[in-house]
Design a protein around this ligand. Structure first.
Ligand SMILES: [Zn+2]
Length: 386
């Protein structure tokens, strides 16, 4: 079989080590010459006591550390601008993002904006970042977004709309995967972020245009690891094996979807996050079932393959295996404790039309869906999720 041309990019330097955050000083010192460092994180991680030992390790290795801890969920543009201004004032030479997807997304953008006179408003979309960035290292504390290995930052613009900056400058120089940092994540967040990562793998595997042999291999292994370990990580947050495999799986899924983009699940999830401030992973869990059933009319052969990847029991034709895959995902989500209906998270019936209209703004994602989604289709999918 001949191959369709494709490109594949990812972070070139990845280190996985349980407890590795305690060695972050030496891990960074041996890779970078810059020593004036900005640590981008959120208040919750500081209060949880995660940041102080890392700061100490960095100082020990000769880094001057400035902490920016104002990252919030669904970060607005003002946070990026405020953080950039602070970093410029301090002459920051290297950025370390440590936290969930929001902290990593902010760190990526700030590392670009520090040395650039391009305004953030001109960066949205694909390939619109002009300048170069300063050195950038990322350390995720959730097994979900895969942001540590993607070239994407998601920012809330205006009141409710989420926009993406997608550019190769956002790939970091170095990523540390230390699953010990994920141990304190509560069960519901473990479930939601884990499901988000599974959605990344599934949507990358069925993406319409950029799916390729590398993204496929990564998505399959990601889904296998995540499917095997999600419930164990939910049941016992201190299960090291489950936590490590979830973090590895989420990273592999991130590598897959950075190159073979996500689609309708994410496009329909973003308006829910924007209007109802629901966590990203949770909104994906809410929309996954309806979108899988909708896409199956085209994607059934791929879903059947994913049933095999996940070791779903049973046999039958392609349709039967695809159905078994969808049923397996729904059962897994139920067992994880993630809510599955919009009404369960207080989304109101009369907002569904507005959500469908907003989802149409996510054409960057919708074009990747294996089946076309019109506004009418989106409304039907929200109704089904309601
Ligand atoms: Zn996601």
């Amino acid at each position: 079989m001949t191959l369709t041309p494709f490109s594949f990019s990812t972070v070139s330097d990845i280190h996985l080590e349980w407890g590795g955050a305690g060695k972050l000083g030496s891990l960074l010192a041996e890779r970078f010459t810059a020593r004036n460092l900005l640590l981008v994180t959120d208040r919750g991680l500081i209060d949880a006591g995660l940041i102080a030992p890392i700061e100490a390790a960095l100082a020990q290795a000769g880094f001057a550390v400035t902490v920016f801890d104002e990252v919030v969920a669904d970060p607005p543009e003002a946070i990026v601008r405020g953080c950039t201004e602070m970093a410029r004032g301090k002459g920051i030479e290297i950025v370390l993002g440590l936290g969930g997807g929001s902290s990593l997304d902010i760190a990526k953008l700030v590392a670009v904006m520090i040395g650039s006179d391009q305004d953030l408003s001109e960066m949205y979309g694909i390939g619109n970042v002009k300048g170069q960035r300063i050195p950038l290292a990322l350390v995720p504390t959730t097994a979900g977004t895969g942001s540590e290995v993607t070239n994407i930052s998601i920012i809330t613009t205006g009141e409710t709309t989420k926009m993406g900056v997608v550019s190769r400058q956002l790939y970091a120089d170095f990523v540390l995967l230390d699953a010990e940092l994920t141990v304190g994540l509560p069960q519901i967040h473990t479930a939601a972020t884990g499901i988000d990562a599974m959605v990344h793998a599934i949507e990358a595997y069925t993406s319409k245009f950029k799916k390729n042999p590398l993204s496929d291999a990564l998505a399959r292994e990601a889904l296998r690891l995540l499917g095997d370990n999600l419930l164990a990580a939910c049941q016992d947050g201190s299960n090291r094996e489950a936590r490590e495999n979830m973090l590895l799986g989420a990273m592999l899924a991130g590598q897959a979807f950075a190159n073979s983009p996500v689609a309708a699940v994410h496009a329909l999830a973003y308006p829910l996050g924007g209007h109802y401030h629901l966590p990203h992973g949770l909104t994906n869990a809410l929309m996954l079932g309806p979108v899988l059933r909708y896409n199956a009319k085209v994607a059934a052969p791929l879903y059947a393959q994913l049933a095999d990847v996940m070791g779903v029991q049973g046999d039958g034709d392609t349709q039967a295996r695809s159905d078994a895959f969808v049923a397996h995902m729904l059962a897994l989500m139920d067992a994880s404790g993630a809510p599955r209906r919009l009404r369960d998270v207080k989304v109101t019936d009369n907002s569904l039309a507005m959500l469908a209209s907003d989802a149409m703004k996510q054409q960057r994602l919708l074009v990747n869906n294996p089946v076309e989604v019109t506004e009418e289709d989106a409304l039907a999918l929200y109704r089904e999720a309601y």
